[in-house]
Ligand binder design. Structure first.
Ligand SMILES: [Zn+2]
Ligand SMILES: [Zn+2]
Length: 151
């Protein structure tokens, strides 16, 4: 077990079939809690098939895709892109098309990463689109709940 003060410098992740792989390098001043969010908007729910979607934000420049031949982008809303594998369907990230940041899907981080740093990488302070939470199913989250997006 990692101590709670231990932070990763780099992490690896990828899609279910392994066709898309990346290495993410955290900036020295990376705020892990501030970068971690959950979202319960209808788009994230339907896109992931999960009741609560966990993502972790990094600068786009901090993520290097070491293989991505099957990467496709889908826009449910103009100017927002969801990156997924066209072979296995795995969702890797969402981002603003001209934004500086990329929000990686925490579930695509490799298992050793989650085992060692999971609490840190999922220490979500911001819970987005809580107006869409399902009573008795997804309304148990602790932290700052926002009815919609937080910015
Ligand atoms: Zn894949
Ligand atoms: Zn969402």
């Amino acid at each position: 077990m990692a101590s709670s003060s231990e932070k990763p410098e780099t992490i690896t992740g990828g899609c279910l079939c392994g066709s898309i792989r990346y290495i993410a390098t955290f900036p020295p001043d990376h705020d892990f809690t501030d970068s971690s969010t959950t979202c319960q908007c209808e788009q994230c729910r339907k896109n992931t098939g999960s009741l609560i979607f966990h993502s972790h934000k990094l600068p786009k420049s901090a993520v290097e895709f070491t293989s991505k031949s099957t990467l496709k982008l889908y826009s449910a809303t103009p100017h927002f892109e969801r990156g997924f594998c066209s072979n296995c369907g795995g969702l890797l990230f969402w981002q603003r098309d001209h934004g500086e940041d990329i929000c990686l899907t925490v579930g695509c981080f490799d298992r050793p990463v989650l085992e060692k740093y999971g609490p840190l990488l999922t220490s979500a302070k911001r819970h987005l689109f809580c107006e869409r939470e399902i009573p008795g199913v997804t309304d148990h989250l602790q932290g700052d709940k926002y009815p919609g997006d937080c910015d």
